[in-house]
Design a protein around this ligand. Sequence first.
Ligand SMILES: Nc1ncnc2c1ncn2[C@@H]1O[C@H](COP(=O)(O)OP(=O)(O)OP(=O)(O)O)[C@@H](O)[C@H]1O
Length: 281
Amino acid sequence: MSVISLEHVGYRYPLGREDAVRDVSFQVEQGQVCALLGANGSGKTTICNLIRGFIPRFYRGEPTGLVQLAGRPVEQYDDAELTETVGYSFQNPFTQMSGVKDNVREEIAYALENLGIEREAMAARVDAMIELLHLGDIADANPLELSGGQRQRVAIAAVLVTDPPIVVLDEPTSQLDPQSTEDVFNIIALLKRQGKTVILVEHKIDLVARYSDLVILMEGGRVAMSGPARRVLTDPQVLDHGGQLPEVTRFFLERNKKLGLNDPVPLSVEDAIERYGRKGA
Ligand SMILES: Nc1ncnc2c1ncn2[C@@H]1O[C@H](COP(=O)(O)OP(=O)(O)OP(=O)(O)O)[C@@H](O)[C@H]1O
């Protein structure tokens, strides 16, 4: 049974002039990282909102089709179940801070307070998140006085601390420097090893190629291409649908074209080294 399943899903925001998503179908199995790709406005965040149940609980309107989590329609989940099942890190970390907590430690603990977790266990889980996301230096800082990148890391910690089986990360590295970006992708790999199912909206295509199992490429609210990352992200048609290809892949596609070859195209530098060894291209 798929952990996340969308079947022919469509939705228009109440004030929208056209459908934000149309006839979207895909399945994600437990432990998979699924990347949602596509140009601005192609429907990625809307899909995240449908999976988290914010549509139609927060955003009104009537979605069509069927969104299921672990085989159960999202509309059958109550609010508490959805909170526990889907951890959601928003595209804009500025909207994610509670605004009611004085420091980062309390901000991360906030989500646990309502779950009735005992104090000591709560402190241990918060400490683990502070370590995981390298927040030690700012643990006592006011969440509202952090930089964008710091807030982004606090927001991810606040999502992961509740240990949800599904994690939705909407552009989690948009404000991060290369080192912190790499850290976040290492955490995604860790989540995968823990058996969590991850939905990732991310533009850094080289990292997407290295860490994702599945890719859904959106275009104008529809699924333009979907399937295993290895298949989709080595297909030059991605470029025709407003997507990007990893740098190494583009290089090898160009090489094949120029030399009239039909060699397999690698997805990452590691992949290229494995296929072509030291002699290279
Ligand atoms: N609250 C809203 N009300 C009306 N229309 C909306 C709303 N939010 C998004 N839309 C529209 O729905 C469509 C899909 O938007 P969505 O935010 O899902 O795309 P996206 O791929 O996540 O874009 P981005 O990369 O810019 O975040 C767009 O046409 C957008 O203008």
